[in-house]
Design a protein around this ligand. Sequence first.
Ligand code: TYD
Length: 205
Amino acid sequence: MIPGHFISLEGIDGAGKSTHLNPIAEWLRTRGHEVVVTREPGGTPLGESLRQLLLHQSMHPDTEALVMFAARREHVAQVIAPALARGAWVVSDRFTDASFAYQGGGRGVARDHLSHLEAWVEAGVRPDLTLLFDLDPQEAHRRVVRGTPHPDRFEREQDTFFQKVRAAYLERAAAEPGRFCVLDASQSPEALFAQACRALERLGP
Ligand code: TYD
């Protein structure tokens, strides 16, 4: 039995999840919880080095998936599992669903390979709640163009890539409705935050 709670935030680039990460963490802290805020790819010194490669160095889609999961293995072992074991709440900007969405849906990496890696790398550590910020790729793209002077190689992808990523996210959400909460990211930031908090309340006090 893992005493802590694990929450992941997901969505296509520009959907607004990173904006809500710290407000969600603060909201949990006001309720008296120890909160660890982290991200993927990244979250450890090795993971942050791998992140630089992943965001800026072109590579085969299978390699991309393997490096994502290598960074994740380190993240689970060094950060997430120890935090959950001591009863903390972990809020991660992305986790395994992103690999199914981007590498699986976007790049076409075989789902079977991803499922094997998922079981190996997670070693039983899975989000209790995944907030999926769902937004039309054209609107998300407009937001990325407005807010990102130097887009990375994912942010430079076309709308068709993000349509596939979005569809893969929604497929994961439909397969696990108990874990996912799909948020309409086209609403105002205030309404979106309120919807996220209602989902968090369902995890307990
Ligand atoms: P993110 O930190 O959300 O981007 P930003 O800092 O630009 O808001 O994630 C970086 C990119 O990594 C994002 O475009 C999605 C991609 N990614 C994958 O393709 N697969 C994965 O498993 C993860 C965790 C991220």
